[in-house]
Design a binder for this molecule. Structure first.
Ligand code: G4P
Length: 530
């Protein structure tokens, strides 16, 4: 196999998804600990300072100490080259978070053992499920009192609709947490003190039929474990790599990221069960990184104005085939010409560094003089194929936006269009009301502040945002629909996007179904097309 193919084969590119506070940052940090990137867990991210350290590109991020954008961390472990795509949580959750998932080959879902599936996980999971990528579950915080293990699995299966297959099984939780039982090896991994996770710790492994187990975990815990395993063996889905590959079965692991317990076991199993860079669909058919020699990549995120003085933008692209060489000239399919990719950079822990080589599976950020759009393809292939577009994700918050000084209409329109082009917001127009006002839709509320801040700072335009009560949007898929004839509910609003495509906004989710029932043949979609 060529050197390039070897490099590609060892790459594992995944996103970690979770609801805020489930332990995504802690788990990532522990991965870095095992990857030898940091010596002591905790040194990369001291929470408030951390997020800010990772990407303090925009002033607004610094002011609030949060990360508006997602970043990528790369490290090596056990012969693999790992790319973790960070998906921001909380209110800084945005469309970028969803788009990051388009660049990943698999996802790790972190769930708080005392809470089960939460809102944000549900949303992110939907995007992973849409892509049919492998999804792994890490049930965290077992050192705290947890929900019943069977209930947790039930929750995942019912809420997310994916069968689970526990790779290991917890022995107690909270103060009574003794460790996990490895179902395949039939041994008990004993929970050990790692000084709150600052050291890697040693995991003592004892075969389940070794009489020592009785006093190591206690007779009562042993009896419960045996009962649970018997129940599990009869009820749970068997491990099936094919189903895992298709995203139809989620291997489940239990642990405690804070105390390092179960983290390395998870990493080891996960790396063998997850996939090397996956083929991607293009208008010339599937492009497989193990077959295609030429470089190709698609842009999944554009980060604007990292340096205000230069109005520069960075386009983040996921390499899908071949090798990237710094300063190489590539064909920009949508732009129709060759471009040089300059200042290629990658994130390593909290630093940005200039790189000179990267391979399929990696994510690089390049200087963008304003020519790239989300979803664009770059390639050195003679075929000049274009990768499938990235869907537009349904905004959940809407506001009518007005400029304070109506004389500044030109700057306002220019600014809002540019920001929309970067994909931070989506803009819509009123339908048949005669009003010129623009409706802005965002995935995370923070984007409203970003919009306000950026229009003021970059375009010198003040705006007033009037929040609208709508929470659900549906694109109308039917060609040639007469929007006038669509009869909806009283909480429904008709709007159009900038390409004049009709959309519907709803306050209540149940109105969507009612509208569908009232209009035979109406096809509504949650994801738009860019
Ligand atoms: P997030 O990125 O998903 O938002 O979660 P993060 O890792 O920041 O973890 C949220 C809180 O949960 C943190 O506590 C963290 O220390 C704690 N935590 C993470 N994993 C575990 C675990 O396995 N067991 C226990 N008991 N706690 C865990 P915090 O007090 O909010 O922050 P900090 O002061 O510890 O940084």
């Amino acid at each position: 196999m060529s050197d390039i193919k070897n490099e590609i084969k060892k790459r594992r590119t995944f996103a970690i998804i979770s609801h805020p506070d489930a332990g995504k940052t802690t788990l990532t940090e522990k991965f870095l600990l095992y990857g030898g990137v940091i010596n002591t867990a905790g040194s990369v991210k001291g929470k408030a300072t951390a997020k800010h350290a990772v990407s303090d590109w925009m002033e607004i991020e610094k002011e609030r100490g949060i990360s508006v954008t997602s970043s990528v961390l790369q490290f090596n472990y056990g012969g693999y080259c790992i790319n973790i795509l960070d998906t921001p949580g909380h209110q800084d959750f945005s469309e970028d978070t969803y788009r990051t998932l388009m660049a990943a080959d698999s996802a790790v879902m972190v769930i708080d053992a005392s809470k089960g599936v939460e809102a944000q996980t549900r949303k992110l999971f939907k995007v992973c499920a849409m892509r049919h990528i492998p999804i792994f579950t890490f049930i965290n915080k077992m050192d705290r009192d947890a929900k019943d293990t069977f209930d947790l699995l039930d929750d995942i299966e019912k809420e997310l609709g994916i069968p689970t297959c526990p790779v290991n099984w917890p022995i107690g939780s909270g103060k009574a947490f003794k460790g996990v039982f490895d179902r395949q090896k039939k041994e008990v991994d004993l929970f050990s003190d790692t000084r709150k996770g600052t050291s890697m710790g040693e995991v003592k492994k004892v075969a389940i039929n070794n009489p020592e187990v009785d006093w190591l975990i206690g007779t009562e815990a042993k009896v419960t474990l045996e009962e649970e395993i018997e129940l599990l063996d009869g009820a749970a889905a068997e491990f099936d790599q094919d189903l895992v590959d298709k995203g139809e079965l989620s291997p489940v692991f239990f642990g405690s990221a804070l105390t390092n317990f179960g983290v390395e076991t998870f990493l080891q199993h996960f790396l063998t069960m997850t996939t090397s860079p996956l083929p991607r669909m293009s208008d010339h058919g599937e492009i497989d990184p193990m077959k295609e020699e030429d470089f190709s990549a698609f842009v999944f995120k554009i980060q604007a104005n990292m340096n205000k003085a230069h109005r520069d933008r960075i386009a983040f692209m996921r390499i899908c085939s071949g090798e990237f060489d710094a300063g190489m000239s590539v064909y920009h399919v949508q732009g129709g010409k060759d471009v040089r990719l300059s200042q290629p950079q990658q994130m390593m822990a909290s630093e940005r560094k200039i790189i000179d080589k990267a391979y399929a599976g990696d994510v690089i950020g390049v200087f963008d003089p304003g020519i790239f759009s989300i979803g664009d393809t770059l390639t050195t292939s003679k075929e000049k194929f274009a990768y499938e577009g990235i869907p537009t994700f349904a905004p959940e918050h809407f506001a009518r936006v007005r400029q304070v000084d109506t004389m500044k209409r030109k700057q306002f329109v220019k600014g809002i269009n540019q920001i929309a082009q970067e994909g931070a917001i989506q803009i819509f127009q009123e339908y048949n009301t005669g009003m010129e006002e623009i409706i802005v839709g965002v995935v995370g509320v923070l984007q409203f502040d970003v919009l306000k801040y950026r229009l003021k700072n970059e375009y010198n335009v003040d705006i007033i945002l009037e929040n609208l009560p709508y929470e659900h949007i549906r694109w109308i898929e039917n060609e040639d629909i007469d929007l006038d004839r669509v009869s909806g509910t009283s909480d429904m609003k008709k709007i159009k996007d900038l390409k004049d495509r009709p959309l519907l906004l709803f306050v209540h989710e149940w109105s969507i179904r009612m509208t569908q029932e009232r209009n035979e043949g109406l096809i509504l979609s949650e994801f738009g097309r860019s």
